[in-house]
Design a protein around this ligand. Structure first.
Ligand SMILES: [Zn+2]
Length: 697
């Protein structure tokens, strides 16, 4: 130790504590690299030599086994910084102090604080005072170099790994179901049960199209799924447990099951709080992707298709519900609907009526997010029926027969085209032969002519090859003709499809899957009726209109024909007479009940038909009181005369309340001695008044 270093240690420093910071990066270093730990503890003697008493030297070794790359997790380092900043430290000791922090920021912060708190720093090389420019420069440099060293080490390691990965030779722990064989080649796991489980998983997903449904299928059949323990004393052991959703997704997303070698599917990113987070990388940015590098459970195309399906299902849960997998409910178009008003995805809601589930299709996303009324809500029953009908028609034997005959027609034209192409080939052949003969005939000494003829011959030969290749290519394309067997199976499908579709035992989910095979999506718009725009898989579209189903009150409304009939009957009949007339014709009310006078009265009122009283008054009939006044008799006598036929009256209620016809100029009067029945007969001959109204005797 030089004189200069001693000069740096002042009495003010010695009054405070000395802190010895001890660290080893990994638990393995702690166990194996004991020499370094010993050297770190030996620093204590240096502090004693500088004048610190034993009991004032505080050892901080909480961070043994922690990496120095960041200060966030290192409790000991944080404690050291705190102690220094509180002015309790006279000196900080560490073996290669720059390694106190392997991160420049942490290191410079410590230097800054030491300078402010007037604390010294000591390592194996000497004592430094961070308040002095020279010492600070040196310490800063040491820190930077230490960080650079770490970087170089790491990049060398990573470079080696990347190079190996790019050649597809890097050994990466295989997922369950794949294993390295003794030759070091990745192959299917020799355990047949493991293989079978994975095959079943992929097959179930192919059938159901949903990861959740795959989990359910395994659960329902009480099937277990294998897993290998990745660490600890039982590392590599096989354990069987229930299949989880995450597990299915992990397996489906893993391209190694499709036989591809991949590297760089995930990156580790440092977060602001010092923790690291594993982030999935999109396929385009993977470091290495070598399809077909080893054996797998499915083809690369199947893998891509699964990815696509998972992507679509994810959209079903996310912001816009698109193409969700078929579920159990009866709503046929679940997951296929687009709103014709705002373009959003529509959802399904069910209501129960008479113990059955009926779907309603509604566009509610905007409504839910912004507390607005729903964009539109459409009863699904009529729509589902219309779609079913459309599909059955589309796959009918007649429709397919037409499609097949069009195909045959196209086929025969293709043969014509092929004959033409053959002619072209023959022509090219002829020209090439001609060029060859010309070339052979020329004098070889006449180089100029010979060269140009040779060039011509070559060009003709090229044309010939191109024409031949073109013809073969076209021919192979055209050869995709349907064999008789294929035609028969297509036609058989046409007869089977409607039967399967209408079979009540076909589960709704299967019916929905059939729709998905044929239909891309359906746009719905509610107007005066419902407009459906169906986009089929092949790109064809069709628009159909479905009438809006009736509201509850509309369904119970009276038949307009019956209302007109009631209007007509009111001219001559009371309510109870009208009711019995209608019941006699087996007519029913809107609610499906027989008519009563009460119902007839309500209908008259509701549809604004003129009452019988008003009709009779309009025809000039007199009330009881008016008639009594006209004849100068009591009301009682008017009734008696009416009963006996002297006066003509017409009932306007079921209680036989009447309005009376004007008796004319020849007013009846009291005539004693003549029987009422005889006066009545005389009156009948006289009166021919209004045939419109029926006599109410
Ligand atoms: Zn909408």
């Amino acid at each position: 130790m030089t004189e200069e270093t001693h000069q740096k240690v002042k009495a003010t420093h010695l009054k405070r504590n000395a802190y010895l910071y001890i660290r080893q990066s990994t638990p393995r270093q702690v166990i194996e690299n004991t020499e370094s730990t010993k050297r770190q503890y030996a620093l204590r003697q240096r502090a004693v030599a500088l004048g610190w008493p034993e009991d004032r030297i505080i050892v901080i070794d909480n961070d043994l086994g922690q990496s120095g790359a960041s200060a966030a997790d290192r409790e000991g380092f944080q404690r050291l910084v705190t102690e220094v900043s509180l002015g309790r430290a006279g000196i900080v000791l560490g073996l290669e102090v720059s390694r106190l922090a392997r991160n420049s920021t942490d290191w410079h912060r410590l230097l800054e604080i030491c300078a402010l708190a007037d604390a010294l720093i000591l390592d194996e090389d000497g004592v430094y005072d961070p308040a002095h420019f020279n010492d600070r420069l040196l310490l800063g440099l040491k820190g930077t170099m230490s960080e650079a060293e770490l970087h170089v080490l790491r990049s060398r390691l990573r470079g080696g790994i990347l190079n190996k990965a790019r050649r597809g030779e890097l050994l990466i722990r295989p997922p369950i179901g794949l294993a390295y064989n003794p030759e070091g080649v990745l192959a299917l796991d020799p355990d047949q049960q493991v293989q079978h489980s994975l095959r079943l998983l992929f097959e179930t997903f192919r059938r159901t199209g949903s990861a959740m449904a795959t989990v359910k299928a395994f659960h329902n059949q009480a099937l277990l799924f294998p897993r290998r323990i990745s660490g600890g004393p039982q590392k590599g052991d096989l354990v069987w447990g229930s299949l989880g959703h995450c597990q299915v997704l992990r397996i489906l997303h893993n391209p190694r099951y499709a036989g591809a070698f991949v590297f760089g599917r995930h990156h580790v990113r440092k977060m602001a709080d010092g923790h690291s987070k594993i982030i999935a990388v999109v396929q385009a940015d993977w470091d290495t992707l070598i399809p077909g590098a080893h054996a797998g459970y499915l083809s690369w195309e199947d893998y891509k298709q699964n990815e696509q399906r998972l992507h679509e299902s994810a959209q079903a849960i996310g912001g816009d519900r698109r193409r969700s997998p078929a579920r159990e409910g009866p709503a046929l178009l679940q997951g296929l609907l687009v709103c014709g008003r705002c373009g959003g995805r529509m959802t399904v809601r069910y209501h129960v009526r008479y113990g059955r589930l009926y779907p309603d299709y509604l566009c509610q996303r905007e409504g839910i997010e912004h507390a607005q009324p729903y964009c539109q809500q459409i009863p699904g029953r009529g729509i589902d029926e219309a779609i079913g009908q459309l599909l059955v028609e589309a796959v009918s034997p007649v429709a397919l027969e037409v499609a097949l005959s069009v195909q045959q027609e196209l086929q025969s034209r293709l043969e014509d085209a092929d004959r033409l192409r053959l002619k072209q080939v023959e022509r090219a052949q002829y020209e090439a032969d001609l060029a060859r003969r010309r070339y052979l005939r020329v004098d070889p000494d006449n180089r100029l002519v010979a060269d140009s003829l040779e060039a011509e011959w070559n060009s003709k030969l090229r044309t010939l090859t191109e024409t031949q290749q073109e013809r073969e290519r076209q021919h192979a394309q055209d050869r995709q003709v349907l064999s008789a067997e294929q035609r028969a199976s297509i036609l058989a499908l046409a007869t089977n499809f409607p039967r399967l579709w209408r079979d009540p035992n076909t589960p709704d989910r299967e019916r929905k899957r059939m729709v998905r095979l044929l239909v891309e999506d359906v746009t719905l718009k509610r107007d005066e009726d419902i407009i459906l725009q169906i986009r089929f898989k092949g790109g064809a579209t069709k628009t159909i209109n479905v009438p809006l189903p009736l509201n509850a009150w509309q369904q119970r409304a009276t038949n307009p024909e019956v209302i007109r009939e009631i209007d007509r009957l009111l001219e001559r009949h009371t309510y109870s007479q009208i009711a019995s007339t209608l019941n006699g014709r087996a007519q029913l009310s809107g609610e499906g009940k027989p008519f009563t006078s009460h119902i007839v009265a309500r209908i008259r009122q509701k549809y604004g038909l003129a009452s019988r009283y008003d009709r009779l008054r309009k025809a000039g009939m007199l009330t009881l009181r008016e008639m009594a006044a006209l004849l100068g008799i009591t009301s009682q006598r008017v009734k008696i005369w009416h009963r006996n036929g002297v006066l003509r009256g017409h009932a306007y209620t079921d209680k036989n309340e009447c309005l009376y016809e004007h008796p004319g100029d020849n007013l009846p009067c009291k005539a004693q001695g003549i029987k009422l029945s005889e006066r009545c007969r005389a009156n009948e001959i006289a009166s021919t008044a209004t045939q419109e109204v029926q006599c109410e005797a």
